[in-house]
Write a protein that binds this ligand. Sequence first.
Ligand SMILES: NC(=O)c1ccc[n+]([C@@H]2O[C@H](COP(=O)([O-])OP(=O)(O)OC[C@H]3O[C@@H](n4cnc5c(N)ncnc54)[C@H](OP(=O)(O)O)[C@@H]3O)[C@@H](O)[C@H]2O)c1
Ligand SMILES: *[C@@H]1O[C@H](CO)[C@@H](O)[C@H](O)[C@H]1NC(C)=O
Ligand SMILES: *[C@@H]1O[C@H](CO)[C@@H](O)[C@H](O)[C@H]1NC(C)=O
Ligand SMILES: *[C@@H]1O[C@H](CO)[C@@H](O)[C@H](O)[C@H]1NC(C)=O
Length: 314
Amino acid sequence: MSCFLICGAVFVVAAYFYHEIIVKGKRCTSTVKLHGKTVIITGSNTGIGKRTAVDLAKRGARVIMACRSRERGEAAMLDVKTESGSSDVVFMPLDLASLKSVRSFAENFLKSESRLDILINNAGLLCEGRTDDGFGMMFGVNHLGHFLLTNLLLPRLKESAPSRVVTVSSVAHNFGHIDFDCLNKHKTLGLGSTMNKYSASKLCNVLFTHELNKRLQGTNVSCFSLHPGAISSEFDRNVNRTLVMLITPLSLFFFKTPEQGCQTTLHCALQPGLEPLSGRYFSNCTVRNLFAKARDDAAAKKLWELSESMSGLQ
Ligand SMILES: NC(=O)c1ccc[n+]([C@@H]2O[C@H](COP(=O)([O-])OP(=O)(O)OC[C@H]3O[C@@H](n4cnc5c(N)ncnc54)[C@H](OP(=O)(O)O)[C@@H]3O)[C@@H](O)[C@H]2O)c1
Ligand SMILES: *[C@@H]1O[C@H](CO)[C@@H](O)[C@H](O)[C@H]1NC(C)=O
Ligand SMILES: *[C@@H]1O[C@H](CO)[C@@H](O)[C@H](O)[C@H]1NC(C)=O
Ligand SMILES: *[C@@H]1O[C@H](CO)[C@@H](O)[C@H](O)[C@H]1NC(C)=O
């Protein structure tokens, strides 16, 4: 009986420390203030994007919440204002599933804002379908929309240097494979499972950052990609509800809250002295080594050039 109690107690204590240390993970320790600086966060009406917005607003930044739904975006903007105590928070419509919307967002932004210090490419989804321009949804939103957005905003980032581009990828990129033939033929990352296409889109995020860094040499604009951790957010909204219900008890223990999940984004956006690591990939607020396919120079260049023609940049 007493052995049973002791074992139980040891288990509870171990679980507690596992959760406190491993699951919650490292926190961004930067105390940098951002008065006079402007940041854009895509998909910031919920999840880790919204928590990122609250943190950066608290630091004094002018926060542009770039979201696709006016209703959800404006409601979230009010929450971010309340929670941060800052009134310098703005909603601007951006639907990454429409290249036209990306262009009009960039046009509005460049017309009305004189600087851009931090661009956070955070929006992402896990679902099937096609964008307005006929691209596979995950390729179009997770990669191509952000590719065009970043390129259109680069002049302002360069003028505001030192500045940063932070792209939220995922550890899932390790399972990704970019099928260029399929991209050319079907405008999508594959014809197989949703998870395969998602992983490939997250590999695009890492390769995009790799190539962007090369093109930014000498500009004092640095760029990073990252895995935020496994997070309880709305990200599973398109996943089978039965499956989500089964996972919920586990995810409550093993997943981060959105506030914990935004720490690596904050680290990449704020930590002083990260510039020599530009182009690299982070998780748990730490720079990580990538497998060869995620730092493949030829694939990154090919993806960049294809994205230029697909997004109408060239
Ligand atoms: N959750 C995880 O465990 C996890 C793990 C690894 C990586 N990530 C990455 O982390 C990022 C944020 O995910 P999250 O967990 O915070 O998910 P989330 O709660 O679902 O938030 C995703 C955000 O992206 C926005 N979005 C989706 N499609 C868009 C579009 N066409 N145009 C503009 N915005 C769009 C959503 O807007 P609406 O509300 O209007 O749909 C929402 O604001 C994603 O890039 C995801 O791939 C998440
Ligand atoms: C995150 O970093 C902390 C501190 O270094 C470490 O204790 C923890 O195990 C790490 N978590 C993961 C998931 O790597
Ligand atoms: C980049 O920053 C360095 C150090 O602050 C500065 O000397 C240099 O002129 C900057 N270069 C550009 C292109 O802004
Ligand atoms: C979810 O998955 C289960 C088991 O695979 C299946 O029986 C069920 O029909 C699915 N539910 C929905 C809403 O798709």
